[in-house]
Ligand binder design. Structure first.
Ligand SMILES: Nc1nc2c(ncn2[C@@H]2O[C@H](COP(=O)(O)OP(=O)(O)OP(=O)(O)O)[C@@H](O)[C@H]2O)c(=O)[nH]1
Ligand SMILES: [Mg+2]
Length: 313
């Protein structure tokens, strides 16, 4: 039997905020590695997601949306994204279509394309959310973008509806060099459980709170006790027999924001905690006792020291 060719490499998911990069990472890996929200600037760090198949392995890197950076946190996020471009073999540039026959590339996307031009990496144009537009809109859009940049491939997908995602994966593989796997087959991500836990909590804050809150929120896990994670010997073989105790702090910048997150008689914080706990239990496969506090760290997102304190470094 002929040994099958094996390909491997890194691919970065790059694009403006909210185009669906994290949704695509989750769909490609089949796991919830990145939190997703309808609000822009959800992802703040690079997130590795490895897909291993007999025919090849792709290490995808999800990144924060690239936007006009004002303030320390924004600058940090854009730096993270642009750095990822330099570290990969291939770039997947994601855009979302607009329902018009005269599409524009726009200054935000043009800025990113200029950076990608400089980086000189093979780049795919990935048009996400095609479920939101009628088909005839696609062709002029593709032509418009092709005019701007020599894309190696153009792939329309719907990450959320899982449409075209497998085709995209196969196309990515074909553009990667032949080589051994870069990670052991069972490696999915490099994120620690604690990091995922804090992100799952932040996701619930984004989900339940008003527009002004998301940007000011950071979550830090203060305490993670897994001494009772394994069920005691002789315990009946049930689901979620063990227990993990977690305490976390939700940081905001102002007292008024703290009041919103806590809500009337603590109702909002309770909802956030209940929904986060359910998601964390699924992640960790154990019962979770989750205790949340809300703290104020004035202007943390504007200061390098504030970012560092809350885990962005
Ligand atoms: N209709 C539709 N919506 C989608 C699709 N993919 C993602 N979305 C939605 O778009 C919004 C943003 O998705 P994210 O995956 O958080 O986008 P992102 O690019 O990671 O955003 P940032 O992390 O802020 O840069 C969410 O509400 C998703 O549910 C898609 O294929 N179709
Ligand atoms: Mg994201």
């Amino acid at each position: 039997m002929h040994p099958q060719t094996h390909r491997s490499g890194f691919a970065a998911l790059i694009g403006r905020p909210n185009v669906g990069k994290s949704t695509l990472l989750n769909q490609l890996t089949g796991e919830k590695l990145a939190i997703v929200s309808p609000k822009p600037q959800t992802t703040r760090n690079r997130i590795l997601g490895v897909v291993s198949r007999p025919e090849g392995q792709v290490a995808f890197i999800d990144t924060p949306g690239i936007h006009q950076a004002k303030g320390e946190l924004n600058r940090y996020m854009v730096d993270v994204a642009l750095q990822a471009v330099d570290e990969v073999d291939l770039v997947l540039f994601l855009v979302e279509p607009v329902n018009t026959e005269k599409p524009e590339v726009g200054p935000g996307n043009r800025f990113i394309l200029e950076r990608l031009q400089k980086a000189g990496k093979p780049t795919f144009l990935v048009i996400n959310k095609v479920d939101t537009i009628p088909k005839p809109v696609l062709l002029p859009l593709i032509e418009r973008y092709r005019h701007e940049f020599p894309f190696a491939e153009v792939v329309p997908i719907s990450a959320r509806e899982d449409d075209g995602v497998e085709e995209l994966f196969q196309s990515v593989l074909q553009h990667l060099p032949e080589g051994e796997p870069l990670f052991p087959e069972d490696v999915l991500t490099d994120q620690a459980e604690r990091t995922l836990v804090s992100e799952y909590i932040r996701e619930q804050v984004l989900r339940h709170c008003r527009q002004e809150i998301p940007y000011s929120t950071a979550v830090v896990v203060d305490f993670f006790d897994e001494s009772e994670r394994d069920p005691p010997p002789g315990a009946p073989q049930g689901k979620l027999a063990g227990l993990i105790r977690i305490a976390a702090s939700i940081y905001v910048e102002r007292d008024s924001q703290k009041a919103i997150i806590i809500g009337k008689q603590g109702q909002m914080l309770k909802t956030i905690g209940t929904d986060a706990r359910k998601a964390i239990q699924r992640l960790l496969g154990a019962h979770v006792y989750l205790s949340l506090r809300v703290r104020v760290e004035p202007r943390w997102s504007e200061r390098a020291a504030g970012l560092k304190k809350l885990g962005y470094e």
